[in-house]
Design a protein around this ligand. Structure first.
Ligand SMILES: [Fe+2]
Length: 231
């Protein structure tokens, strides 16, 4: 609907050849079609003491915003500007490094915020719990392997729990890659992700990534993770 309206406005611009209408239309187009940072589904301080308020503010408002701004710049005026973030991410390796890094950054962080929740943690139940036990032996066994993958990621990146045709796998990706990308070494449908860039934990945990990963389990939104799991 909005795209049709914009197409009409675009046609109007061409017909009118009016500078003011062109500026108006371009501004309107940017407003409607650019990607935006989704609002956090909880307060900045809601995950304390496990993830602190200042980290959440900077992470969401500055880092995520920068990925979105750079993604919008990278696709403006190209054949990719009308594509969904999922389409961009899946073909990131063949589009451009800017889309790979910033499209990945946008998708990953949007997914991350929803993977967390206040007053959460604990254990999954139902089919997800069964699937974890089947592959990893126990929830603790799963956490141990997930943490090891996060600790083992050299530099910046992510660690994921994903589903490969219903079977759970742990993947780690560099930078802002994710398991949906065409360039991913470990492809899967992610159901949980943990950001192990230093910007996700340095203010509170400094160089102690293992401490951050241990704290992460106290704020995992297992209800959301279970919703994403399609066995
Ligand atoms: Fe991040």
């Amino acid at each position: 609907m909005i795209r049709k309206l914009l197409n009409c406005l675009h046609l109007y611009n061409i017909i009118q050849v009016n500078l003011h209408s062109i500026i108006f239309c371009n501004t309107l187009k940017l407003y409607f079609m650019a990607f935006t940072v989704p609002a956090l589904p909880y307060a900045y301080e809601a995950l304390e003491p496990h993830i602190d308020k200042e980290t959440m503010q900077i992470h969401h408002d500055k880092h995520h915003q920068a990925y979105v701004d750079n993604l919008n710049k990278a696709i403006a005026g190209t054949e990719n500007e009308n594509k969904s973030i999922e389409e961009l991410v899946k073909n990131a390796g063949s589009i451009s490094p800017a889309v790979r890094n910033n499209g990945g950054g946008h998708w990953n962080h949007s997914f991350f915020w929803e993977s967390l929740a206040p007053n959460s943690g604990g254990s999954p139940d139902g089919k997800l719990s069964d699937a974890i036990n089947e592959v990893f032996g126990s929830l603790d066994g799963f956490k141990e392997k997930f943490n090891a993958a996060g600790i083992g990621r050299f530099g910046s990146g992510w660690v994921w729990l994903g589903s490969q045709a219903g079977k759970l796998v742990i993947c780690s990706t560099p930078n802002q890659d994710n398991p949906l990308m065409d360039v991913a070494e470990c492809k899967s449908a992610p159901i949980l992700g943990c950001d192990v860039w230093e910007h996700a934990y340095y203010l509170k945990y400094q160089n102690k990534r293992p401490d951050y990963l241990n704290a992460f389990w106290n704020v995992v939104n297992w209800k959301k993770v279970a919703e994403r799991f399609k066995p």
